[in-house]
Each structure stands twice: as C-alpha cells, then as structure tokens.
Design a protein around this ligand. Structure first.
Ligand SMILES: Cc1cc2nc3c(=O)[nH]c(=O)nc-3n(C[C@H](O)[C@H](O)[C@H](O)COP(=O)(O)O)c2cc1C
Length: 174
C-alpha cells in the first residue's frame, strides 16, 4: 500500500487506449466500498465515457479541467446533501479510494475540483455539471476524476519529498 502511495501522482495526459471493462468494474467496486459517516453512503457516482460529454466536462472550469477531454473515463462524484451534512467528507474519501485503486490497476488519475468553483462569472461549475448530466440540485458535485492509462511519466516520491515537520507528537508545537 505505501508503495502505491509513493508512486501516485496526478496524471493529466492519457493514452487513447480504452480502459478494459473489467478494470472499470473494479473502479466502481472501489467507489462503492468507500466508507461514509454513519454508513449512510451519501456518495453517488456518474461514470462518463461518452466522448461528447467528456469534451463538455472538460469545459467545467476555465483552468484545471481541460485535460478531461482526452480522458477515456471520468468519474463524477456527487454527495447527497439530503442524506447527511458531511457529504463533502464522504465524497472525498470515495475519490481517493478510486484514485488509489486506479493506481493499483496501472491507471493514472487526477482530481478536478468542482465544489466552490465557477464555470464562468455567471455560472458555478456545479450548476454547469448538474445541467449537463441531468443531476438534481440536492446532489452536490464535489469533484471529477479523469482516469486513463498514463501518457506521462512522473517521478515517484521518496522520503526526501516528505516534510516530517508537519507531524507533531501528542500536542501541537509552535
Ligand atoms: C482537493 C483537490 C483539488 C484539486 N483540484 C484540481 C483541479 O481542479 N485541477 C487539476 O488539474 N488538479 C487538481 N488537483 C490535483 C493537485 O493539483 C495535485 O494533487 C497536487 O498538485 C499534488 O500533486 P500529486 O497529485 O502529483 O501528488 C486537486 C487535488 C486535490 C486533492
């Protein structure tokens, strides 16, 4: 597991190779296995492979989402705000669970922030995605994950990259 964590980097360039259905099914299982507060399973997932929709999802943000147009697969991660007040946490945990599983399958991934971001001065990124994918307003759009076979090589991290001063023992020290 730790080895996967050292190796995971945000991958925004993908080969055109489609992801095998068996791997897609594994990613779906990873999403559904993620924990949630009080076990309410507030997360919802939309698995997008339609090229036209992928191109439009790439326009969710002015900066930060363009790379989705070349992703063979995008997971849109939603939180049911009627089910719980901690849908952000639930959704984020599902996202990292999917990302680490993708890493374990030889796939690269990268998060695109949607919550609290704008698509344009007039429209939130969330409204844009909700309209595009027919999502009701109580299902909040937390993020999207672009996933595919990596077309870029990023250096795995080592202990030299880790800032151990961020960790305190027993009490915080200024
Ligand atoms: C909460 C969160 C929001 C992010 N939003 C975006 C984004 O909108 N677009 C993007 O290209 N990358 C986004 N990223 C990826 C980060 O830029 C990336 O994780 C960070 O630079 C560290 O690099 P690494 O993932 O290779 O370790 C996001 C990551 C997180 C955890």
């Amino acid at each position: 597991m730790l080895e996967l964590l050292y190796q995971r980097r945000s991958i925004r360039n993908y080969l055109s190779t489609p992801i095998e259905e068996e791997k897609v099914q594994k990613l779906i299982r990873a999403a559904l296995l993620a924990p949630s507060g009080r076990g309410v399973d507030s997360q919802r997932f939309i698995v997008v492979t339609d090229q036209n929709l992928l191109s439009k999802l790439a326009q969710t943000r002015e900066f930060g989402s363009a790379f989705l147009k070349d992703a063979p697969l995008v997971f849109v991660i939603l939180g049911d705000s009627k089910a719980t007040d901690i849908w952000v946490e639930d959704a984020a945990l599902a996202a990292i669970t999917i990302q680490i599983t993708a890493q374990s399958l030889g796939l690269g991934s990268c998060w695109v922030q949607v919550r609290n971001r704008q698509q344009s001065p007039e429209k939130t990124a969330e409204e844009y995605v909700q309209e595009l994918l027919n999502i009701p307003s109580h299902l909040k759009v937390v993020c999207m994950l672009g996933i595919g076979y990596p077309a870029e090589n990023k250096k795995a991290r080592t202990d030299n990259d880790l800032d151990f001063s961020r960790v305190y023992t027993n009490t915080y020290k200024i």
